[in-house]
Design a protein around this ligand. Structure first.
Ligand code: NAI
Length: 438
């Protein structure tokens, strides 16, 4: 899990050699993984650019200032928010070219750019312009990546403004270090308290794995009681994790016929589950012609069928609390496909479709359902990939490096929060703007 090029490119004596050899020069990314603070942006300067006719700039300034951001316009910037909701004609797009470069030029390394596009665009020209903002974002993200920065886009309508504070906080902060070139749609929702996590109950499956363990720790750090689920063979590690974070351990094979019932029973004394993270997953890679039926079945069973069965059991037991958050771990393999992973890609794409439709079904109870799709994450799993294949996988993104499990955990923690209620039925990629399936 060591990225030697990242180390060398950021070491004073070695950096000139890396440059001379024309090797990729990834930057060390600024990350924030501490529990959420009401003053997330204390000591940080942010600039909000207001496009003609836009409706979001005032809410952005207010939202960022209330989280401690400085808006004086002085010094180097941590983030730039571009209110492009008023860009609804082809002519108006020139505003991007006129205004954005000078602000972006003042960004510090690992700076953030967030563009807001009109999610309520009326007519073909306005819809095209909103999409132009997304295209602009994706290219800007590739440029920003050279300095460890990111750019992302949110589509929103005026009715979604009350739900903007949470996503604004995530995309403008160092919590989204490995999320870039993404576009999410914010739905209409009421404002929600930012820090309403204390005492809530989370369930994380695959909790002793590379991403699961950091996710369980992260949710516990935000004040949640975490029920840690993993196969019985990991019972000792599961116990140690649960003890460390003040949660409970549930050794369980999620493909067991009574897995959903066992999870429902585990959360019942706590009144149900507030945050459900379907994280357990396996790979059994082989090209389709050589793949055995057992390899196909086992991947579909763990990655997809177990999710369906657990949710069905939780629904029957009415165990999902109102305003619950459900998060399914998909993969960019489920978006781009990958040779040797027909089983895995099918299961992960299934979760993306599942999250879309289940979100609709549960919307009237305030429950959100989303997928998180990691790209190349530095875990024991990716460390086992042969060197050359690993190097390619790791560098093929705008940030020229792999992500950390903590990056995925931050994305999950963001979607788990009360103030992410405007995001549902969507897939958030944590992939450094991977060039695969972009
Ligand atoms: P990992 O292999 O480190 O952890 C997976 C965990 O799931 C393990 O602790 C394992 O014991 C558990 N598990 C497997 N089968 C189970 C079963 N039947 N019942 C209960 N638990 C079971 O994997 P990692 O890297 O932490 O991945 C977590 C999730 O993220 C997975 O769904 C994976 O597909 C997904 N993902 C990971 C990527 C990466 O680069 N590491 C990239 C894209 C997606």
């Amino acid at each position: 899990m060591t990225d030697r090029l990242l180390d060398l490119a950021n070491t004073p004596w070695a950096a000139p050699i890396v440059r001379a050899l024309r090797l990729p020069r990834p930057r060390v990314l600024a990350r924030r993984t501490a529990p959420r603070s009401p003053q997330e942006f204390a000591g940080r300067e942010v600039q909000v650019l207001e496009g003609l006719g836009g409706f979001a700039a005032a809410s952005c300034s207010e939202g960022l200032a209330s989280q401690g951001a400085g808006l004086s316009g002085k010094g180097s910037l941590h983030a730039v928010v571009v209110d492009a909701t008023g860009c609804t004609t082809a002519d108006s797009l020139a505003w991007l070219h006129a205004q954005v470069p000078s602000a972006v030029g003042r960004l510090a390394d690992s700076g953030r750019v967030l563009l807001l596009a009109n999610g309520d665009a009326q007519g073909p020209e306005a819809a095209a312009c909103a999409r132009a903002i997304e295209g602009f974002t994706r290219s800007l993200a590739k440029e920003a990546g050279r300095r460890g920065g990111t750019a992302n886009c949110i589509y929103l309508a005026p009715s979604a403004l009350p739900a903007l504070a949470g996503p604004l906080g995530f995309f403008c902060s160092d919590r989204s270090a490995y999320v870039s070139g993404q576009a999410l749609r914010l739905r209409e929702a009421q404002a929600a308290p930012a820090l309403a996590l204390q005492g809530r109950t989370a369930v994380v499956t695959g909790a002793t794995g590379g991403i699961g363990i950091v996710t369980a720790e992260r949710l516990a750090a935000d004040g949640m009681f975490v029920v840690c689920v993993d196969v019985p063979a990991t019972a000792a590690a599961l116990d140690a994790l649960a003890r460390r974070i003040g949660g409970s351990a549930l050794p369980l094979d999620i493909t067991a016929s009574d897995a959903g019932r066992q999870i429902a029973e585990a959360v019942s004394p706590r009144g149900g589950v507030d945050v459900l993270v379907h994280n357990a997953g396996i790979t059994r890679d082989r090209t389709l012609a050589r793949m055995t039926r057992a390899e196909w079945d086992s991947v579909l069973a763990v990655n997809f069928r177990a999710v369906l069965a657990i949710d069905r059991a939780l629904d029957e037991a009415n165990a999902l609390r109102p305003d619950a958050r459900e998060i399914c771990l998909a993969s960019i393999s489920g978006i781009a496909g990958n040779a040797g992973q027909t089983n895995y890609a099918a299961s992960k794409a299934a979760l993306i479709g599942y999250a879309e439709e289940r979100a609709r079904e549960l919307a009237d109870r305030g429950i959100t359902v989303n997928a998180v799709a990691p790209g190349f994450i530095e875990t024991a799993m990716t460390d086992r990939i042969p060197f050359m294949v690993r190097e390619v996988g790791r560098r093929l993104n705008a940030l020229m490096q792999g992500g950390q499990p903590a990056d995925v955990a931050e994305a999950i923690a963001f979607l788990a929060r009360a103030d992410a209620q405007g995001i549902s039925g969507q897939t958030l990629r944590v992939c450094g703007q991977s060039f695969l399936g972009a």
